[in-house]
Design a protein around this ligand. Structure first.
Ligand SMILES: [Zn+2]
Ligand SMILES: [Zn+2]
Length: 125
C-alpha cells in the first residue's frame, strides 16, 4: 500500500479518521493509532478516546480483568471475616452458628467463581 499524499512512499499505517494510507513523512502518531494530516488529527484523537471510553464502559480488555481482580480480593476478605466469625462463635459457644457458617461457605463459593472468571478473561486478553 502507498501513502495517499506521497505516492512514492510505502504506507506505514492507516489514518484513524479517514482510513487513508500514511507514510512516516506525514503520519501523526498517537499512542494508539495514526492520523494523516492536521485536519484528521483532532478527529483521530476523538475516535481513539471514544474507543478507550467504550472499552471502560463495556469492561473489555485490561479494564475488565483489573475490576475482577479487585473483586476477588473483596470477596476473599469477606469470606475471611465470615470464616473467622464462624470460628470464633464455634470456640466461644462450643457449637456451630449455622447462619455465619452458611454465609462463610457462600462467600467462599463466590470468591471461587469470581476468581475463575477473572482467570478466564486474563487468558483472553
Ligand atoms: Zn486522515
Ligand atoms: Zn505521506
Amino acid at each position: 500500500m502507498q501513502c495517499f499524499e506521497h505516492r512514492a512512499n510505502a504506507a506505514v499505517g492507516l489514518c484513524r479518521a479517514c482510513g487513508r494510507g500514511v507514510c512516516p513523512e506525514c503520519a501523526i502518531a498517537f499512542p494508539k493509532g495514526l492520523a494523516c494530516c492536521s485536519a484528521c488529527e483532532a478527529d483521530a484523537k476523538e475516535l481513539i478516546e471514544m474507543n478507550e471510553r467504550a472499552k471502560k464502559l463495556y469492561g473489555i480488555g485490561q479494564y475488565h480483568s483489573n475490576k475482577l481482580a479487585s473483586g476477588v480480593i473483596v470477596w476473599l476478605l469477606l469470606s475471611a471475616v465470615m470464616c473467622s466469625t464462624a470460628g470464633y462463635v464455634y470456640v466461644a459457644k462450643g457449637r456451630l452458628d449455622y447462619v455465619t457458617t452458611a454465609m462463610a461457605v457462600v462467600f467462599l463459593i463466590i470468591t471461587f467463581i469470581v476468581y475463575r472468571a477473572s482467570k478466564k478473561t486474563g487468558i483472553q486478553c
